[in-house]
Design a protein around this ligand. Sequence first.
Ligand SMILES: [Fe+2]
Ligand SMILES: [Fe+2]
Length: 173
Amino acid sequence: MLSHRLANAINQQIIGEFSSAYLYLAMAAHFEIAELQGFAKWMRVQAQEEASHALIFFNFLTDRDGRPEPAQLDVPPAEFGSPQEVFKKVKEHERKVSEAIDSLADLALAEKDHATRALLDWFVTEQVEEQALSSNIHARLKLINGDPTGILALDRELGARTYVVPAPLAGRI
Ligand SMILES: [Fe+2]
Ligand SMILES: [Fe+2]
């Protein structure tokens, strides 16, 4: 069974992942209003991934006889700026999430909970990808520097993103 401390930390992470999903959905709505449907699609896929991350932790918690404790989600900002500003926020957000995952991994190691540590290995790798991806898109938006042709080309590219069920969630819901 999970320690009380680890169960609490995983519960917090579930709220964090659902809050991330909600943040990215808000960003999707922002882009839909701006008629940037490709950016919006990318954000919807991102939101779906975050909700999947929450479910992975949720399933792990119940598998280990932990008790999920629902709590209030973070409220996304009401206003977002240009695509470049939005992706700066995504980049900063993912950096914070990586720190949270690293702290969870530290705790799992300190408590010698190898099952939790093994699950967190997947998340540590996932965060490297998330940070690389958001940082790449942000860097490209800096180069585009608000040029409509560049924005529309990127919009087309980002619209091709599709949701893939993350490995730890495969075969479950
Ligand atoms: Fe996540
Ligand atoms: Fe993420």
